[in-house]
Write a protein that binds this ligand. Structure first.
Ligand SMILES: [Zn+2]
Length: 217
């Protein structure tokens, strides 16, 4: 991919400045998102961080000067060209983190729910053994044993239900945050719970008015 920069209308990035040549410079995309800035025999020269260059690999924060005074940064040129590949790449982490958090909440919750539901049954068993040790025929112990046998599982089911009702709230919270973060870098449209890799295959935003390119050619 080559982005032509200059005053002439046939450039990809048109600059209206008296000291910029008609065809002033070129940005050439190399592999892995690196950009090479090349002067196109301009009259007033191309500068990167105030050093004149003929050809130089640049980073997004480098200050590009065309001629005497026109200053621009790489990300502005790319955005003008609807290239949002750099911002789009960052969404991968957001998607992965969200899925991980979701699975973590669900599995830890399942464990707690089971624990609360099974613990009272275990407790009943222990009490039964103790009563057996203390001797049969004691009506008070029998009452306690009955009470525990009836109540413990009820409490267990209650606690288990209470625990499982916590899931939707926690999941809702992370889902809400996900809706804010997992959006098209240009138009801000929520991308749904679609895996990042699938979006990458689409190469650009599905919103017809947006035209943001997610993957550079
Ligand atoms: Zn978009």
């Amino acid at each position: 991919m080559v982005i032509k920069i200059g005053k002439s209308d046939d450039n990809d990035f048109v600059v209206n400045d008296p000291h910029v040549s008609r065809h002033h410079a070129r940005l050439i995309r190399e592999e892995e998102g690196c950009w090479l800035l090349e002067d196109a025999n301009s009259t007033n020269g191309t500068f990167v961080n105030d050093c004149q260059i003929l050809k130089k690999r640049i980073t997004p924060t480098d200050k590009i000067r065309l001629g005497d005074s026109y200053i621009v940064v790489l990300s502005d040129i790319l955005k003008f060209n609807n290239d949002y590949s750099e911002e789009f790449a960052k969404l991968k982490k957001i998607y992965d983190d969200y899925i991980q958090a979701k699975v973590k909440i669900q599995s830890s919750n399942q464990f707690k729910t089971r624990l609360f539901q099974s613990l009272p049954f275990a407790l009943t068993g222990v009490v039964g053994v103790i009563i057996g040790f203390l001797g049969k025929g004691n009506p008070e112990l029998l009452m306690i044993s009955l009470f525990v046998t009836v109540c413990a599982p009820t409490i267990g089911i209650y606690l288990g239900a209470k625990q499982s009702s916590k899931i939707p709230q926690q999941l809702q919270d992370i889902a809400n945050q996900f809706k804010i973060d997992y959006v098209c870098p240009k138009c801000g449209t929520f991308l749904g719970e679609i895996p990042w890799e699938s979006l990458k295959n689409r190469k650009q935003c599905p919103v017809s008015t947006c035209k943001a390119k997610w993957v550079s050619n």
